[in-house]
Ligand binder design. Structure first.
Ligand SMILES: NC(=O)c1ccc[n+]([C@@H]2O[C@H](COP(=O)([O-])OP(=O)(O)OC[C@H]3O[C@@H](n4cnc5c(N)ncnc54)[C@H](OP(=O)(O)O)[C@@H]3O)[C@@H](O)[C@H]2O)c1
Length: 154
């Protein structure tokens, strides 16, 4: 069964804005889109039918309510000190809301020991979501695309 309702965190970012364009351009399926952003976010929706919730992304009740009905949660936020906390809170809320799949914010390469030192947060979140999947609570996809070049030009 195709997913038709997608929730996105990080929609204003370098990757996120391109991902949003692709979601909006898709006609089969045509996605209903929810954007979850921090209360302080300057995110402005690119289309009227993008539903935006600006809120505390670690507020479990609020997040569960916002995520109800979504098929997939796509995490695409940048890395900061709240990366792991926000990711785990959003995944917990997605599970309770009945979201079928989560895509953690990775989009990197294979984690060699050197990369794991430079980017310590993604492995923690990936491990967390794997454990939840092993408990049968959700499915997940981790995107490992390697290095982007010239990302900021576009
Ligand atoms: N493979 C590669 O070469 C490569 C290159 C670049 C990035 N990446 C990966 O791709 C992912 C996205 O990177 P990016 O460069 O697109 O990120 P970015 O531009 O820094 O992301 C900014 C977006 O993330 C949101 N955000 C930042 N911190 C947040 C927080 N604590 N809670 C909630 N939202 C938060 C921002 O929300 P506001 O609207 O509130 O500001 C904004 O929407 C990361 O996992 C990164 O490591 C990979």
């Amino acid at each position: 069964m195709a997913f038709t309702k997608a929730a996105v965190i990080g929609a204003r970012g370098n990757l996120g804005k391109h991902f949003m364009q692709s979601l909006l351009a898709s006609s089969e399926p045509k996605f209903q889109i929810i954007v979850l952003a921090r209360a302080s976010s300057g995110y402005a929706p690119p289309a009227d039918h993008v539903e935006v919730f600006k809120q505390d992304l670690t507020d479990h009740t609020m997040m569960v309510n916002s995520l109800r009905g979504a098929d997939v949660l796509v995490l695409m936020q940048g890395m900061d000190r709240d990366f792991v906390t926000v990711s785990k809170a959003a995944i917990e809320a997605a599970i309770e809301a009945g979201v079928k799949m989560v895509i953690p914010s990775d989009y990197g390469g294979h984690h060699t020991p050197t990369q794991a030192t430079a980017f310590p947060f993604q492995p923690q979140v990936n491990q967390f979501v794997k454990e939840k999947a092993e408990e049968g609570k959700i499915t997940y996809t981790i995107v490992k695309n390697g290095t982007f070049f010239g990302l900021r030009k576009y």
